[in-house]
Ligand binder design. Structure first.
Ligand SMILES: [Zn+2]
Ligand SMILES: [Zn+2]
Length: 693
């Protein structure tokens, strides 16, 4: 009798754990769990993964097909990896076949035995481990010992900027390799500059496999195969490195664990830091979450004893001092000038008029003068690109709005641009609302490009570099700008939050934060936490080695508690206290991590259908009679219209994990079984553990 196997097929099928039975492959090759196979599904041929041998007797009424082909004889998923992918599907209630699809690079998924063999001749080399050339300081040594030899396997490595977290990581990796284990190192996408990989490569020559979204499919296939065959024992990369097929994994590092790029926001939505924690539980690997500004969720895990806290509270290089911080109240400038802040530029060749002064407070000007005089460098941070924040009619006050999205267009020097859908128009000569002509508009606010113009006016001799998504378009642009700045080819670096991430600039003595409140008005329960993290990260760029640093923070609401926390002489203690207070609020309001949360997003080309669909689902949810489940909504999403689609949403909160799963499954199955997508001409997306509201 032929054996049957359960196969995960990449189709959006609910419940999430639906597998399909097929007869074993009728050929030379034996069918095994973990293999990538081709099967016919409906009229299509698709590639799925063999999960296990079928346990139940098949329904005699159903004709079972055979596996069409085994693409790669050797299983691409080990038993451990199969279990990991299943646990991800379970946590995120996402169709298992799609999770398998997301966890295998397309160049492997579409490959065959032949294409793989072609990539690498299989030969094992002797492992390379160079012993550390550095001495760890006392704090680093203690953390290293605790992480690799302590009783607890899960650790938070909380170290201020410049405290030498990377050196601790390197020592832990070295130790794991000596134990013949493999290592996974996750870093945020943007931090994956050649410097970091070079540092690891120099220490572990030939052992590294790199994964990130900018690399070619061929490079990804090579990296994946290098890990699969055991030639590389350290997988380093952005969130997709999580799926590197490491065997005998002993150590998982998540650097900058607070970074927003760990959340995958398309397709299979998962959080790589949380997924890494799941993986470490299943594999008994040691886990290190590292950050200068850990997430509130991680602090909660420290409080509950699930994570052990390791602190690095001193800068690693001796003599290196922490920067001095000042907050400047922008309202004072407003009162004096009696005007709204804006940059008025007639055309792109015109210099900004004196209004531009507003964004460079007298305090910041004095420090900038001093920095430039001393031939040191400054970073000026404003978390918005473009010339200003919006384009307003001087007569009627209306702003230019994107026709596809419900947002204002951002003025850039020669055009107006939608930052959500990339819609752009030339700067209009007439206001559509009131009809006024002859330069009817004025730019309000400031962005990186506007700041560049203001600086060109006030500091014509200073060399300025800009770092934002407009100047970083090609693969090496980021690296070029950072290298140029660290080689002192420019005096001032103007940038968005891209300047905040883990780069070392030894000559930077001044950091100016132009509009520190920008993130606080976002309607999200994490807004304060995120703003504080960002400001601390930016401030951490000031002062290295022998140069004393200064940070000037300009704000409209200096009384906000985040500034008290920033200015505290003991920043770690005050940050901890701030997050504990945040957590206390979340506990009362039943937000994460005290509840499981899911955001159901609805979008449709027709506004009333998006509303009807979310109302329908909400009514269904109200039938679940549980005081543990809270249903908020439906409401219009903060971005009411995006890329031409109208959006509504429902937020689910539940303090009981199983009830949460049951409610989600019920809705997902009902939605799919009932064909509600077709009926309402509306898409429903489910985001479990949402990171943005
Ligand atoms: Zn748009
Ligand atoms: Zn007008």
């Amino acid at each position: 009798m032929q054996r049957l196997f359960d196969i995960a097929v990449p189709v959006p099928f609910f419940p999430w754990n639906t597998l399909f039975s097929y007869k074993e492959f009728e050929g030379e090759i034996e069918t095994k769990p973990g293999q990538l196979v081709e099967v016919s599904f409906g009229r299509r041929k698709v590639r799925g993964v063999v999960v296990r041998e079928t346990q139940k007797a098949p329904d005699p009424k159903i004709k079972i097909k055979s596996i069409h082909q085994i693409c790669i004889e050797e299983p691409v998923f080990s038993a451990e990896r199969l279990a990991f992918v299943e646990s991800l599907g379970k946590h995120y209630r996402h169709p298992i076949g799609l999770v398998f699809e997301a966890s295998l690079p397309s160049s492997i998924r579409n490959g065959t035995e032949r294409t793989l063999k072609h990539t690498w001749p299989i030969s094992m080399e002797a492992p390379n481990v160079l012993t550390s050339p550095f001495e760890l300081n006392e704090d680093q040594e203690k953390s290293f010992q605790n992480i690799m030899n302590g009783n607890k396997a899960h650790h938070l490595l909380w170290g201020i900027t410049g405290s030498g977290k990377t050196e601790v990581y390197l020592r832990c990796v070295e130790e794991a390799l000596k134990r013949n284990q493999t290592c996974l190192v996750l870093v945020p996408e943007i931090a994956l500059t050649p410097q970091l990989t070079e540092r690891f490569e120099a220490r572990f020559p030939g052992e590294l496999a790199t994964f990130h979204s900018a690399q070619t499919p061929k490079k990804t296939r090579e990296a994946w195969f290098k890990v699969w065959t055991g030639r590389a024992r350290v997988a380093i990369g952005a969130r997709s490195a999580l799926f590197a097929p490491l065997k005998n994994i002993g150590l998982i590092i998540v650097d900058e664990e607070h970074d927003g790029s760990y959340k995958q926001e398309e397709g299979f939505r998962y959080h790589a830091a949380e997924a890494a924690r799941l993986l470490s539980v299943q594999t008994n690997a040691r886990l290190v979450l590292g950050s200068a500004t850990p997430r509130a969720e991680s602090i909660a895990l420290v409080e509950s004893g699930e994570l052990e806290l390791n602190k690095l509270s001193r800068r690693a290089s001796s003599g290196s001092k922490l920067p001095k911080l000042h907050v400047v109240d922008l309202k004072k400038g407003l009162a004096k000038e009696n005007k709204i802040p804006h940059v008025e530029i007639k055309d792109e060749f015109d210099l900004p008029k004196i209004d531009g002064d507003f964004f460079l407070s007298p305090e910041l000007r004095v420090s900038l003068d001093r920095t430039l005089d001393k031939k040191e460098q400054a970073i000026l941070f404003v978390n918005r690109r473009g010339v200003g924040s919006q384009f307003i009619c001087k007569t009627c006050g209306e702003s230019c709005v994107c026709p596809n999205c419900d947002v204002r267009l951002t003025p850039h020097s020669q055009k107006l641009l939608c930052h959500y859908c990339a819609y752009e128009i030339a700067i209009p000569s007439k206001c559509d609302s009131c009809g006024s002509k002859d330069e009817p508009f004025t730019r309000v606010g400031v962005g990186t490009e506007g700041l560049e113009k203001i600086l060109a006016f006030h500091y014509p001799d200073a060399k300025v570099l800009r770092l934002d998504r407009d100047t970083v378009q090609k693969k090496d642009d980021l690296e070029k700008i950072l290298t140029a700045f660290s080689n002192k080819e420019a005096d001032i670096l103007v940038g968005t939050q891209m300047v905040a991430k883990g780069h070392d600039f030894p000559s930077v003595s001044l950091v100016g934060i132009l509009l520190a409140d920008l993130g606080l008005s976002v309607p999200d329960f994490r807004a304060s936490e995120r703003t504080l993290q960002l400001l601390m990260q930016v401030a951490g760029r000031a002062g290295r080695a022998d140069i004393a640093g200064e940070v000037i923070i300009q704000s409209f609401q200096p009384e906000n508690p985040i500034f008290a926390s920033l200015l505290s002489p003991d920043p770690m203690t005050s940050y901890f206290a701030f997050l504990k207070e945040e957590l206390a609020k979340r506990e009362v309001l039943r937000y994460a991590p005290y509840s499981r949360m899911a955001l159901l997003r609805f979008d449709s080309l027709e506004n009333n259908l998006a509303h009807q669909a979310s109302r329908y689902v909400c009514d269904a949810l109200s039938k679940i009679n549980s005081d543990k489940l809270q249903v908020l909504g439906p409401v219009v999403s903060p971005m009411a219209k995006l890329r031409g689609r109208y959006r509504t949403q429902i937020l689910l909160k539940c303090s009981h994990s199983e009830s949460f799963d049951t409610a989600l499954d019920w809705i997902l199955q009902g939605w799919n079984k009932g064909g509600l997508e077709k009926r309402f001409k509306t898409r429903m997306l489910v985001d479990v553990d949402p990171q943005s509201m």
